[in-house]
Design a protein around this ligand. Structure first.
Ligand SMILES: NC(=O)c1ccc[n+]([C@@H]2O[C@H](COP(=O)([O-])OP(=O)(O)OC[C@H]3O[C@@H](n4cnc5c(N)ncnc54)[C@H](OP(=O)(O)O)[C@@H]3O)[C@@H](O)[C@H]2O)c1
Length: 284
């Protein structure tokens, strides 16, 4: 293991598993360059990869893992079932197809990518629990679930003797997620932050520049440190080795409380970047 890999903290999940607090997002990584990016990230020390059926890059994620030479059991791999495929039967078929593309027997985490107003949640959660029982995934979770829907998912999974391990949602200093964070803490569900760098916009966030200068870090590193210091897991996407290395190198310094508060104070009510028409009613 590299020094950077050794430094990465882990968050406990229900059932005893642990998820590395920093993972590689892979949305928009495609083709041969995706295989290279993923293999490079693993050689630098990443041990957590985030993909989805919708990203159409699961084959490349699996190929990148094999090209890296890093053992399968050292890497935490998440995939997701797209929102149109979460009805009972469809969900299990989607998970099986993901495993075939990844060339894996099992993923570490299988998520419902988005809730679907036209598909009853009870059936989707039952199917998700069934996918776990069939061995397709070690852990199950959801993504883009507002706090009330997370309450429902946790309750429905409990009926089948299962637990929701994570809720993956957009989060960065320009978007408050106080209500979802509170719901996750209440249920012992790990919060995984997507778009943690605001799709790259955060790198130019002037309000954070003085904090970055003070700590001798880049603005992106400060933003990622702000995430992990709250006990949140972040999955920034980075294609190049330079960005990948920077993003992993956030475990050797600590932000004091006043810096943490100053960054949290940047949140705006209209800071959400990912808001498709089919999305749920968000927490206010
Ligand atoms: N569950 C969901 O519905 C959902 C939705 C969206 C995303 N996601 C997941 O979350 C991941 C991350 O979200 P995202 O890709 O949309 O946004 P992001 O991670 O916030 O931002 C990615 C952008 O930031 C740039 N970047 C990365 N590291 C940098 C650094 N150190 N300095 C400056 N720029 C840097 C990247 O450029 P380079 O690539 O050139 O380095 C890329 O343009 C996705 O890849 C996906 O796995 C999930």
């Amino acid at each position: 293991m590299t020094d950077l890999a050794n430094a990465v903290t882990r968050l406990p999940l229900h059932g005893g598993a642990q998820i590395p607090s920093l993972g590689l997002g892979t949305f928009r990584l495609t083709g041969a360059s995706a295989v290279d990016s993923i293999s490079t990230a693993l050689s630098l020390g990443y041990r957590h990869l985030d993909t989805a059926a919708m990203y159409e890059n699961e084959a490349e994620v699996g190929a990148g893992l094999r090209a890296s030479g890093v053992a399968r059991n050292e890497v935490f791999i998440t995939t997701k079932v797209w929102t149109t495929d979460i009805a009972p039967g469809d969900l299990q078929a989607s998970a099986q197809a993901s495993l075939e593309r990844l060339k894996l027997d099992q993923v570490d985490l299988l998520l419902i990518h988005w809730p679907n107003k036209s598909i009853p949640l009870a059936g989707s959660i039952e199917a998700l629990c069934d996918a776990k029982r069939r061995g397709y995934a070690r852990n199950i979770g959801v993504a883009n679930f507002p706090s009330d829907m997370l309450d429902d998912a946790v309750r429905l999974a409990a009926k089948h003797g299962e637990k929701i391990a994570t809720n993956q949602c957009e989060y960065h200093p320009r978007l408050s997620q106080a209500k979802v964070l509170e719901a996750c803490r209440k249920h012992g569900v790990a919060f995984v932050s997507y778009c943690p760098l605001g799709q790259g916009r955060m790198a130019d966030e002037d309000a954070i520049a003085p904090i970055a200068k003070k700590h001798g870090k880049t603005i992106s590193q400060i933003v990622l440190r702000w995430h992990v210091q709250q006990g949140v897991c972040a999955i920034p996407k980075a294609a190049s080795a330079g960005h990948q290395r920077d993003n992993l190198d956030i475990f050797s310094f600590t932000l004091p409380d006043d810096d943490m508060r100053a960054i949290s104070a940047l949140a705006r009510h209209d800071g959400r970047l990912v808001k498709p028409g089919f999305g749920p009613e968000w927490d206010r």
